[in-house]
Write a protein that binds this ligand. Sequence first.
Ligand code: SF4
Length: 193
Amino acid sequence: MSDSAVTDEDCADLIVHLARLAQGGPAATRLSAAQWTALRYFARANRFSRTPSAFSEFHATTRGTASQTVKSLVTLGLLRRCCNESDGRSALIEVTDAGHATLADDPLADLRKVLETLPAEQRTALASTLRVATGALAQVRAAPTFGRCDACTHCAPNDQGAYCHCTQSMLATAEMQALCIDFSPRARPGSAA
Ligand code: SF4
C-alpha cells in the first residue's frame, strides 16, 4: 500500500489489524484478550477509575461483561476486590502480586518494542493522531475519553503534586501518571475550544 493512496478505510483497517496483531503471540494464550486488557487497565488506572464500571467504559463493553472478566481474574488470583472509601456501592479493584508478575509477560511488550524503534517525532505524531481520533470517536459514541492529569482541565498543579477540581482531591505526583475516567482534555493551542 503506497502512502499516496492511503484512504480512511486503509487507516481504520491498519489500526484494527495492529491491535489484533499486538494482542497475539505466545504469551497471549495465558489469558483472553479481555482479561489482558482488564489486567493492564487496573494496573494503570487511578483510584477514581479502578472499578468494574469504569473498566466497562474503557473496554467499550457492557457492565455485565466487564464484571465477568473482573470476576474471572479475581478467581485466578490476579485481581482482588478492596473496599472503596469514596463509593460504598462499588468495589475498588487492585492488581495482586501475581497479577503484576503476569503483566511481565504482557503480549503488548512486542508492540511497545516496535514503537520504541520509531523516531521520536514519528512517535509523537502517532500518539497525537491517535489521541485526536480516539477523542472524536468517543464523542460520537458518547463515551468518556481516558487520559492523564497533566493534560486535564480539572488539574491545578501545586507544590505537592496537584489538586483535582473534579474529584476534589489532592493528587500525588506519582498518581498523576495514571489513567482516569474523569479526564477532560484541555484544548490544544490553535484548536477550536
Ligand atoms: S485532574 Fe483530571 S485526570 Fe487527574 S484525577 Fe482529576 S479528573 Fe482525573
